[in-house]
Design a protein around this ligand. Structure first.
Ligand code: SLL
Length: 218
């Protein structure tokens, strides 16, 4: 197998990354203001192995943490910490050297609190574990023959037709999501038309008042 690129080939690998967080029992961490325990992770869809092509993952934490760069070189690619605040994590994926691929950086907003739809923190769900994950796809355009062979040896099952309690990512979920986006876009367009019409009407009225004012002045 070589480092030659495979012309015309694109390989897409789904990944899931994000965090879970739980409230710490009070006084769990002595002499500290830490309120939550959290774990950030990067995994394959359906928990598929990604270590055959991912060499290491570097999680970059907020600078209030000692040694904010945390390197994980073996699966599971995850990191557990405690803390008091939310911040944006940087997740750098480095691939096996033979792949010739440049690192990929992902961003994740660490979530500790159960938010309501309006953005306020839900007090009712305060003690429930919080989960915040996102689905994404790594795209390898014209991978090296080496990497292409690796992917052929480790096929991904891809998106399952329907969601399950442990795996919310499915073809159905994607369809539902697209429908929601389309509905929201339609609503925004409708509102825009209403506001445009209002603006037109008000501008016309204003012009009339101006003209009237000119007439009175003369
Ligand atoms: C905030 N902008 O103010 C954010 C920053 C930082 C969270 C959150 C540090 C833990 C430790 C920690 O939890 N930092 O002291 O080791 O909410």
């Amino acid at each position: 197998m070589s480092n030659k690129r495979t012309k015309g080939v694109t390989v897409v690998r789904p990944i899931v990354y994000g965090n879970v967080a739980t409230l710490l029992p009070q006084k769990k961490v002595p002499d500290s203001d830490h309120t939550h325990k959290w774990t950030v992770s990067v995994r394959g869809l359906n928990n598929e192995d990604i270590s055959f092509f991912v060499k290491k993952v570097t999680f970059k934490l907020h600078e209030t943490y000692a040694n904010p760069q945390r390197v994980v070189e073996h699966p599971p690619f995850e990191l557990t910490e405690t803390g008091w605040g939310e911040f944006e994590l940087t997740i750098k994926l480095q691939f096996v050297p033979e792949s010739g691929e440049k690192p990929v950086t992902l961003y994740h907003n660490l979530r500790l609190h159960p938010y309501e739809e309006d953005g306020s923190i839900s007090t009712a769900n305060k003690n429930k574990p919080v989960q915040s994950f996102q689905y994404d796809e790594l795209v390898f355009t014209e991978p090296t023959e080496y990497l292409h062979q690796l992917f052929l040896q480790h096929p991904s099952a891809g998106l399952q037709p329907r969601s399950t309690p442990t795996n919310p990512y499915s073809v159905q979920a994607e369809v539902d999501e697209i429908r929601k986006i389309e509905e929201a876009t339609k609503k925004v367009q409708e509102q825009l038309t209403i506001y445009k019409n209002k603006l037109e009407k008000t501008t016309k009225e204003l012009d009339e008042v101006k003209a009237e004012l000119e007439r009175v002045k003369k």
